[in-house]
Design a protein around this ligand. Sequence first.
Ligand SMILES: Nc1ncnc2c1ncn2[C@@H]1O[C@H](COP(=O)(O)OP(=O)(O)OP(=O)(O)O)[C@@H](O)[C@H]1O
Ligand SMILES: [Mg+2]
Length: 149
Amino acid sequence: MGQTASLDSWKAGLVTRSGEETEHAAEAFAALLPPDTVLALSGDLGAGKTTFVRGLARGLGYAGDVTSPSFPLLNVLEGRRRLLHVDAFRLKAPDAFDGLMVWDLAKTPWNLVVEWPERVEGRLPVDAWRMEAAMLPDGTHRYRLTTPS
Ligand SMILES: Nc1ncnc2c1ncn2[C@@H]1O[C@H](COP(=O)(O)OP(=O)(O)OP(=O)(O)O)[C@@H](O)[C@H]1O
Ligand SMILES: [Mg+2]
């Protein structure tokens, strides 16, 4: 890649060849993601969701490590914005999302990124941004963005 991807190239589907490349691209994506928005980050196991969040968090000014939220299922990453990172994979029912008190923690400026958003459908705002990660047959990973019209 080498250069910063535009919103349109994310919408067309950005292809990366390594986890490191994804982290760099996601770090730059932080500047395209408006504050106080949700990013629903879908994709199969190992599609590269947490890797993407690692770069996104760095782009939002968070200097620490990013690990997959397992227990608790929510991590709060404090940078220039507060990044709330939820992995909904183990949530038994959408109701369980309410127990995380995510919206109480959403202090402006914030972003919420949710891995496995299909587990909490109906809990996320209709104006959420959506990023779909996929591993392609040749081993590269593709990230495709959808934003509300
Ligand atoms: N181009 C790439 N983009 C992202 N990750 C890649 C890429 N190439 C290889 N990888 C590797 O694929 C793995 C992706 O793991 P990651 O934890 O990010 O996936 P995930 O989608 O969060 O999985 P899970 O569903 O278990 O949460 C990492 O080990 C990463 O280094
Ligand atoms: Mg993950």
